[in-house]
Ligand binder design. Structure first.
Ligand SMILES: *Cc1c(COP(=O)(O)O)cnc(C)c1O
Length: 401
């Protein structure tokens, strides 16, 4: 365990052990190296850190509360359950932490045009918000299927002044949107900064995105120590690309007594093409700039994925998660659509908090494990986002009659 965390990861070539790296076209190598350099200077610059901290406080609403879910705790009858309330951030999810951090990098690099991909639309909204705040041109690529599932977020991006470009290729979800964003970046690399939305893609993105979300776990650690005067027993977060989970877990990686669980999207169950749980039936491969676990067939073709939540519906998992899965430091499980929808309902009714469908996967895991834990144990779930964007979709499934 100590051997896995004493090293600084990623290494200088962008690897987390066997995972990560820079699998990109030659034309992007210089841009990625420039970004890495700029980030290394920014992270040490007190003025950059202060501006970021001020924006996270006054514009985004940090620190977010650590909330004791008393009624859910009583109902499940096991561990004491806390929720880290990232859903209360500006724009409704953790994603703004990263969007604000990266737009400051974009400005530092003299870029005037921002592009991004989005799945559920939350990263698109966070990016469009950050671009509006800094008066920059913004183009968001989004799968046509996701645009339909998340029409509210499409309207939000447009009100924020962003151009939303629908992508109809392939499955018309996040993977295709990323391809289009990469194509745009290759063409316009001089003027354009690509704000990647999860702990994914080529180095240095998985590191940068993780670092901008570390604030989640740093705050949680401080808050629980203040409140309970001890560390928690178990942390749970949902894992799409893995940004909210790694940001939440990072401050606890060296605390051996704290169990960490990432929850992937089990869709209709672990049947090929019907889920997005990369560690269940996935394999090692390269997708969109990084080497990691992904869902591919015997020929290496990327398989179809499915999840009720657009934000977890992606064929690859962030490379750092593959590393900690191998080392055994982080456990991974999955929740099905059905379990997530039940958890969506449960948290809404019992705590008065409507979670995002992505987040509901973490809550589904909490519902499974909390009753098996002693009453004096502490379980914290990262409430990565609010469910306003999902209400219409959930109503179509759950309130039919
Ligand atoms: C995008 C999103 C996720 C999944 O992305 P990660 O990078 O895995 O965190 C989870 N929850 C919410 C609310 C999201 O918007």
């Amino acid at each position: 365990m100590s051997s896995t965390t004493e090293k600084v990861l990623p290494d200088s070539s962008g690897h987390f052990g066997a995972y990560g790296g820079m699998f990109v076209p030659e034309t992007l190598m210089t841009a990625l190296q420039d970004l890495d350099q700029e980030y290394q200077s920014a992270r040490k610059d007190p003025a950059f850190r202060k501006e970021l901290a001020d924006l996270l406080g006054d514009f985004c609403g940090r620190p977010t509360p650590l909330y004791l879910a008393e009624r859910l705790t009583a109902k499940l009858g096991g561990a004491k359950i806390y929720l880290k309330r990232e859903d209360l951030l500006h724009t409704g999810a953790h994603k703004i932490n990263n969007a604000i951090g990266q737009i400051l990098l974009a400005r530092r690099m003299g870029k005037t045009r921002i592009i991004a991909e989005t799945g559920a639309g939350q990263h698109g909204v966070a990016t469009a918000t950050a671009a509006a705040r800094f008066g920059m041109e913004c183009v968001i690529y989004m799968g046509a299927v996701d645009m339909e599932r998340q029409a509210l977020n499409v309207a939000r991006m447009r009100f924020l002044g962003a151009k939303v470009v629908g992508v109809t290729a392939g499955q018309a979800t996040l993977k295709e949107a990323i391809n289009e964003a990469m194509r745009d970046w290759v063409t316009n690399v001089r003027s354009t900064y690509y704000i990647l939305g999860s702990a994914l893609g080529s180095h240095p993105y998985p590191m940068i995105v993780r670092d901008f979300h570390r604030v989640i776990g740093d705050e949680t650690r401080r808050q629980i120590l203040q409140r309970e005067e001890r560390l928690p027993d178990h942390l749970v977060a949902c894992v799409g690309g893995g940004s909210n989970a790694i940001g939440f877990f990072y401050a606890f990686l060296n605390d051996e007594g704290v169990k960490l669980t990432g929850v992937e999207a089990g869709g209709d169950g672990i049947v090929r093409g019907r889920h997005a749980a990369r560690f269940q039936g996935g394999k090692l491969g390269v997708l969109q700039g990084t080497k990691t676990w992904l869902l591919a067939d015997a020929d290496g073709q990327i398989e179809l994925t499915h999840s009720v939540s657009a934000g977890l519906d992606y064929a690859a998992i962030g490379p750092e998660h593959s590393y900690y899965r191998d080392s055994g430091r982080i456990d991974y499980d999955y929740a099905t659509d059905k379990e997530a929808l039940a958890a969506f309902r449960e948290l809404s009714e019992v705590e008065g908090i409507i979670p995002a469908l992505e987040t509901a996967h973490a809550i589904a895991h909490v519902i499974k494990v909390a009753p098996t834990m002693p009453r004096d144990s502490i379980l914290i779930a990262n409430l990565s986002g609010r469910g306003d964007k999902d209400v219409q979709q959930a109503a179509e499934i759950l309130l039919k009659d």
